[in-house]
Design a binder for this molecule. Sequence first.
Ligand SMILES: [Fe+2]
Length: 468
Amino acid sequence: MALIHKFHIQNGDVTYQSKFLRSDAYVQGLEQKRIVMSEFGTTAYPDPCKSIFSRLFSYFTPMSRPRTDNGNVHLMQVGEEYYAHTELPYIRKVDPRTLDSGKLKVDYQKYVAVNGATAHAQNDTDGTVYNMGTTYGKNGGYCLIKIPPPDKGEVENPLQKASIIAKIPQKYGAFPNYFHSFAMTENYFVFVEQPFYLNVLKIMAGPIFGYGVDWAFQFHKEIPTQFHVIEKATGKIRTTKYTADAMMTFHHINAYEDNGHLVMDLCAFAKMDAVFQFYLHNLHTWSKEEANAKLGDTDNYIARFVLPLNVPEDIPDDENLVKLSGTLASAIRKDDSIYCVPEILTDANFDLPRVNERYNGRKYRYIYGTDVYVCPFRLVKVDTETKEKIYWSEENCYTAEPVFVEAPNPTSEDDGVVLSAVIRAGEGKSTCFLLVLDGKTFTELGRAELSQPNKVPMQTHGIYVANM
Ligand SMILES: [Fe+2]
């Protein structure tokens, strides 16, 4: 169940607060003392009050069952409002001051024709929020959703004025592409159609056999990856077909335009093992050595793709169309597409990436992230120019996504601090502290330990809210 955490920093004091998101899944689960809605890797327990026949009947009408609104992935910001988000269509407003939730639940499906949207919406500089969703079925596809900035004082519904500005058709009807995020630059979006599919038939049949959504994932390494470039101003999908070798990604890092090229950095995997590493039974039974062996075998790397935006007709097949200096990425004409080979910025295990948000969509240099594929986890800073990496780690400590907070009147891109909520395990109990690192040197500036024992679970994504 989604637990919203907050570290509140004011006048040199740090206070910690957490509250469960009052989702329908949480409230009904408490009332009925069971998991009532299936989750990503967990199937709902059947209602003991139902007869065997009605339970069997409900298995054959799986789409009629309520889908979870347990917003445990990320928070989306629209104007001054915050919404707990998964990849299903339901979002729920959270008050960042009190962490109260429950009053406002919004369903994407009532405003735009999607069956779900990513938990990684992109906030543009003018206050517009963009997200990508999926429509399942015969005429299914991947939809770019535009959420205009709310009017002053307008708080009731962030999706009231939402619209779909582009739709990329789905190639295989019963196998929609799974994606977790997308790229945005000043003038373009990039949708990565990776050969990582959801088998809709398995999603529907999963509850019969006791499987969660994870059972429906399929990675097809024989199918190339395709990049779709969408123009921000018009929603027009560019006709140039960009392809790459099969890969999968959860998190885009950043993207920008540079001299007629579109540069796109992302955390890539050559295989899908990472999806299945974090099952509870693995975490309970693996030794540290086993965990490091399994997690280290995820073939994870930071890929920089460079897409030439203007491709002349008469270019010979073997000519590298990437004319940017200082990159090893290439792109050549191959059959009916532009085949892109990425530059591997670092082959270190790396995920949960963040950058200085002022550089989102713009040329940038530094990436912060967490190495979640080694025990204990490490925080990493990557210099994309020198390829230098700096780490922070501590015995038995498991770090969450590092959030960069810029200094007032900054003198450089990395002038600021990096915040991360850290779980310290061991001795049968865990404690938590907020870690503050120098954004340049990655040295520790301070930490705020929880003074009272508290059950703090593992954390992933986080946001910084100033002047609350
Ligand atoms: Fe994510």
